[in-house]
Ligand binder design. Structure first.
Ligand code: SF4
Length: 282
């Protein structure tokens, strides 16, 4: 494959359409028409609290001096606002920090629009094995897949969690690889406009992140802004809770198919010429 094609926005768009066709077949093309909306991938962080705090966390959890649970009411309103935007969502994810630390997880899961999502998941570091049977029932009803971290420090509790999930009939997945991509420290780097554009086109991260009622292009931008490290410019986020449904639909669509780099890319090493793979959970 030529590097010109691989580094182009058209290639990123092509991959997105390919995922849709793989999941829905040719009839999936209807979701690309102006009257419908296919949202590729969205994730909703419900807490910035984490009990592992891996130093290279791409989402910057160790940088929170005062980690917090996102207000449950705001999370629920955000889920409803996002859900009214799309006709079908490729992947809907609830995450943390460590989501099992949030005591309102059950209420939050109840709001997930599973019926319009091809996949719903919750990533966990697997260090916690909840003892609330109702939570497992909710996960099962909503067809949520629990995605394990596979971190060496949680090996024992991960085994226990798998055994409970098996018993309760909840789907789960183990990590596909032993590595992460290194996003680097969240510090601004000097890059030419051309390099910046190329980095953004090469970045394969497609998860939009909804934090405190606002949708960002990616989790690094959401948390970087929340931490006061990364600024945000008009057009790089959607103020879900203060918009009407039609405004959200229009702006979320624009964000998803965006071709111009965002401010956060200056603070990130993903998509650069030599992305670095690092061991998971360090
Ligand atoms: S900041 Fe830019 S390069 Fe980094 S993950 Fe987000 S979109 Fe990709």
């Amino acid at each position: 494959m030529s590097s010109l094609w691989r580094d182009s926005f058209l290639y990123a768009d092509y991959l997105r359409v390919q995922r849709l066709l793989r999941s829905c077949g040719v009839k999936g093309l209807v979701y690309l028409s102006p009257r419908h909306f296919y949202l590729d991938f969205v994730e909703i962080p419900i807490t910035t609290r984490c009990n592992l705090l891996c130093p290279n966390c791409a989402n910057l959890m160790p940088a929170y001096e005062s980690p917090y649970d996102v207000d449950t009411d705001i999370v629920i309103k955000s889920i409803r606002k996002v859900a009214e935007c799309f006709d079908i969502c490729g992947h809907f994810r609830i995450l943390g920090g460590e989501p099992f630390l949030n005591q309102h997880l059950k209420e939050i899961i109840a709001e997930v629009p599973s019926e319009k999502c091809l996949k719903v998941s919750i990533p966990t570091n697997a260090s916690i094995v909840p003892d609330d049977l109702e939570l497992y029932a909710r996960l099962r009803e909503k067809r949520v897949t629990v995605v394990m971290g596979g971190y060496p420090s949680s090996a024992e509790s991960q085994r226990k969690l798998i055994s409970v999930l098996d018993q309760e009939g909840v789907m789960y997945e183990l990590p596909h690889s032993d590595t992460w991509i290194n996003y680097g420290e969240a510090v601004s780097r000097e890059r030419s406009r051309k390099e910046h554009v190329r980095q953004f086109a090469r970045c394969r991260l497609r998860a939009k992140s909804v934090l405190n009622g606002v949708m960002y292009y990616c989790p690094r931008h959401a948390h970087g802004f929340d931490l006061g490290i990364i600024p945000r410019n008009a057009g790089e986020y959607v103020d879900l809770l203060n918009n009407t449904a039609s405004q959200n639909r229009r702006e979320v669509r624009r964000l998803m198919w965006r071709h111009a780099p965002i401010e956060a890319c200056k603070y990130c090493l993903r998509g650069i010429e030599k992305e670095e793979e690092i061991p998971r959970g360090v």
